[in-house]
Design a protein around this ligand. Structure first.
Ligand code: GDP
Ligand code: MG
Length: 169
């Protein structure tokens, strides 16, 4: 009678809001100057997924060496699904997405993924066009979500969507 569970890894450059995304999803909290993640962090939440009932969502967050894309792939090789994330205000975080995806594909085959643009509340300072982000998602053949962790926009939707993809495989 254990609930079904899913392991999700959040991947992308530093400072784009990965830890904040997880904190918002798991605890519905947002902190403006949250400390830099050290090592790998973990959090979980029970969420209702249409068609699946209650699902235990376990989320892994990375950090530290993330900017160098050298971290171990250990933590996402057991993932069931991947959130590939970038920030509206960080061009490099967008330009690095293909490298992140390649790293994932070295260790996970055919894993459900989603593209997340965080910090859409800062769209007036945006350095990534909506069209180019949509085009990248199309090329990757994955769904694209525009999110503001700060405002709490589209956060649960991302996790619920990935859970549905995983359980419907
Ligand atoms: P990480 O390094 O990818 O884990 O990023 P953090 O979660 O530590 O966030 C880096 C900074 O971005 C923090 O100061 C957050 O408060 C801020 N941040 C995270 N999400 C948002 C968002 O949706 N909007 C805005 N404006 N800032 C955000
Ligand atoms: Mg972090």
């Amino acid at each position: 009678d254990l609930d079904p569970s899913i392991k999700i890894a959040v991947i992308g450059n530093g400072s784009i809001g990965k830890s904040s995304l997880i904190r918002r999803f798991c605890r519905n909290e947002y902190v403006e100057n949250y400390k830099k993640t050290i090592g790998v962090e973990y959090a979980e939440r029970e969420v209702e997924v249409p068609g699946e009932g209650d699902v235990r969502v376990m989320v892994w967050d990375t950090a530290g060496q993330e900017e160098f894309i050298k971290m171990t792939q250990e933590y996402y090789k057991d993932a069931d699904a991947i959130i590939l994330a970038f920030s509206t205000t960080d061009r490099t975080s967008f330009d690095t997405l293909l490298k992140w995806r390649a790293k994932v594909q070295e260790v996970c085959d055919d894993i459900p993924m989603v593209l997340v643009q965080n910090k859409i509340d800062l769209v007036h300072e945006g350095v990534v066009g909506q069209g180019e982000a949509e085009a990248l998602a199309r090329d990757m053949r994955i769904r694209f979500y525009r999110v503001s962790v700060k405002e709490g926009i589209n956060v649960d939707e991302v996790f619920i969507y990935l859970s549905q993809l995983h359980f419907q495989r």
